[in-house]
Design a protein around this ligand. Structure first.
Ligand SMILES: [Mn+2]
Length: 358
């Protein structure tokens, strides 16, 4: 009788199970008690809290802010979650997103909690518009970025956390706070998206334990993974179908490339962003070390996106064409039509692979 959808609700799962209690006890030790106490005391002493997510928000910034707001509201705190930019439409899996504001209400906040960025300028136009207030505000900063210097009077910064939501879960469990189903959904969204479904190197045993705890609270991974990474419009499927027919290889299959033309967008009805993910998709082909996507511009120029694995350095190849980027992902713009640009860049990539010289 048990179906896949019912399994999670059966047996000893849920917030009060022995497994959840054991996990909570372990995770509560993952954060410094004194610092957790200092941050929590500021939050408990406050009445009106402003929770900030950085601009160009990702689910970690917004999920952390919404998850913390949910937890603090159960203590009777007034919480406003603010972000310089609106919540993207595909973050529908974040409960409470409809309450996120892009402009501060006219209220006297007695505490600010800044989440997922350690520098106030990362809070974008919200900071610019309220510089005087935020420069003088009492701030608790919770973040996991290595570049964070801390913008608060209490800073909880842990670069071993794969997501701010992971660190925040430790804080809540350390302080014995209840994590509701809504909060668990928000926090799991932060962890899943900052680790790309527990795939990135930053994923640790502890990350998975926090994930296990939040799933134990009732959060469902697929409710986040599917809209973030799998769902796509039909026009995108049509675009990829056309472009993948143009795939060619060189250097005994170590190089793969494809051309995407303006006519591909027009005839598939796709929008300009729908080639997103294609260079990485091409790189995940057996034996491939260099993947290149050539995109015909409307200005007579060709946009080149490079991905590499193995010894090839994408940034050095793109630098040959005055572009930039990182070792594994880089890009450049080449003058001239897309077929000419492809021939030129692929010839150079073959030379790089065969000589090892750039
Ligand atoms: Mn993050």
């Amino acid at each position: 009788m048990a179906t896949k959808g019912h399994m999670g609700k059966m047996g000893k799962t849920g917030a009060d199970s022995d497994a959840q209690r054991a996990l909570a006890a372990i995770l509560a030790t993952g954060i410094d008690d004194e610092r957790a106490d200092a941050a929590w005391r500021l939050m408990m002493d406050a009445h009106r809290l402003l929770l900030l997510a950085h601009h160009n928000p990702d689910p970690d910034a917004l999920g952390s802010a919404l998850g913390l707001a949910d937890a603090l509201q159960s203590y009777g705190k007034r919480c406003v979650v603010a972000c310089a930019d609106p919540v993207p439409a595909n973050f529908a899996f974040l409960p409470g997103r409809e309450h996120v504001v892009t402009e501060l209400p006219d209220e006297n906040f007695d505490l600010v909690v800044a989440l997922d960025a350690g520098d106030l300028s990362r809070y974008g136009t919200l900071y610019e518009r309220h510089k005087a207030f935020l420069d003088g505000a009492r701030i608790v900063n919770i973040d996991h970025h290595a570049t964070s210097t801390g913008c608060g009077i209490v800073n909880i910064i842990d670069t071993a956390s794969a997501a701010t939501a992971e660190l925040l879960t430790l804080l809540l469990l350390n302080r014995g706070a209840n994590i509701s189903l809504d909060a668990a959904k928000c926090l799991l969204a932060g962890i899943i998206t900052d680790t790309r479904s527990f795939e990135f190197d930053a994923t640790t045993e502890r990350t998975l334990m926090v994930g296990a705890y939040l799933v134990g609270c009732g959060a469902v991974p697929e409710a986040i993974v599917k809209p973030m990474y799998r769902l796509k419009p039909l026009a995108k499927v049509a675009l990829w179908g056309r472009v993948l027919q143009s795939v060619r290889s060189a250097a005994d299959g170590r190089i793969i490339w494809a051309i995407i033309r303006q006519s591909d967008f027009e005839e598939s009805g796709a929008s300009p962003d729908m080639d997103d993910g294609m260079p990485s998709y091409l790189l995940d082909t057996e034996g491939v070390q260099i993947a290149v996507l050539f995109r015909e511009g409307t200005d007579g120029k060709t946009r080149v996106s490079l991905r590499t694995s193995g010894p090839a350095d994408a940034s050095k190849i793109s630098a040959h064409y005055s572009g930039g980027g990182h070792m594994r992902a880089a890009g450049c713009t080449v003058n001239g039509d897309v077929d000419h640009a492809a021939r030129n860049v692929i010839d150079y990539a073959v030379q790089v692979l065969t000589t090892g010289e750039y």
